[in-house]
Design a protein around this ligand. Structure first.
Ligand SMILES: Cc1cc2nc3c(=O)[nH]c(=O)nc-3n(C[C@H](O)[C@H](O)[C@H](O)COP(=O)(O)O)c2cc1C
Length: 216
């Protein structure tokens, strides 16, 4: 095996490409596509997004201290790309992409109704890293599209046709190759997860009976 040695660079892929919605009171809301995003803490649930200072959205998020991360599906791939190559300085991105602002539960910024999962966030810290400022934020509410809930209330996120971003291209998620803990599951009868692996904090968000709000 031989390898080439490259300069340091961002080669952590695949990653999500999310649509982050934000907005100031009494102004049209905006959407910025962000790939430099990730979960960073389970309890409290926290995530980060890194945004260049010159983005229209940067000052909105900095001033309001709020944003909503909207997961993206294959159906939203074009809008995801478009919102990442056009600025809210010049366009009303919700209107141009025929997306619906959805009233959030815990923040003033609207979510995107067409997205399967809306993650409402409040900024806790802003880290000036260099090209990007990292907004370290607490997740204050998650809303999910109930069309992906089965009769037992299980959420089939992986049935939502989510997309990933890898080295400049968007992909639909492909064939499942395993599940959490399968590498240590006992092979007798049904696959049972290993006890130590069972309670992973890295598997998602808890369901609550929250009041649903209608989209605007
Ligand atoms: C797939 C993709 C990922 C992107 N990721 C980021 C990112 O992580 N941070 C960032 O500042 N800009 C990112 N951008 C660029 C912004 O989305 C883009 O500059 C956008 O036009 C900014 O919108 P605004 O000026 O309305 O805020 C990305 C664009 C695309 C297409």
């Amino acid at each position: 095996m031989s390898k080439e040695v490259w300069q340091p660079g961002n080669m952590l892929y695949p990653i999500p490409a999310v649509m982050v919605s934000c907005g100031r009171k009494d102004e049209k809301p905006n959407i910025i596509t962000v790939a430099w995003a990730g979960n960073i803490c389970s309890s409290p649930a926290m995530l980060s997004i890194s945004v260049r200072k010159d983005r229209f959205s940067h000052s909105i998020i900095k001033d309001t201290g709020e944003f909503v991360v909207n997961l993206t599906s294959a159906e939203l791939a074009r809008a995801t790309d478009w919102c990442g190559v056009r600025s809210g300085r010049d366009y009303d991105k919700f209107r141009e992409m025929k997306l619906t602002p959805q009233e959030s539960q815990k923040v003033s910024a609207p979510g995107i109704a067409e997205s399967p999962v809306n993650i409402e966030c409040k900024v806790k810290q802003v880290l000036e890293l260099g090209s990007h400022d990292m907004f370290v934020a607490e997740v204050v509410c998650v809303t999910v599209d109930d069309k992906y809930l089965d009769e037992k209330g299980r959420f089939d996120l992986n049935g939502a046709d989510l997309i990933a971003y890898s080295h400049g291209e968007y992909f639909k998620l492909g064939k499942k190759v395993g599940k959490f803990g399968y590498s240590v599951a006992k092979k007798q009868g049904k696959h049972k997860p290993d006890k130590k692996a069972k309670h992973s904090p890295e598997t998602g968000s808890k369901r609550v009976k929250a009041k649903k709000k209608k989209s605007k």
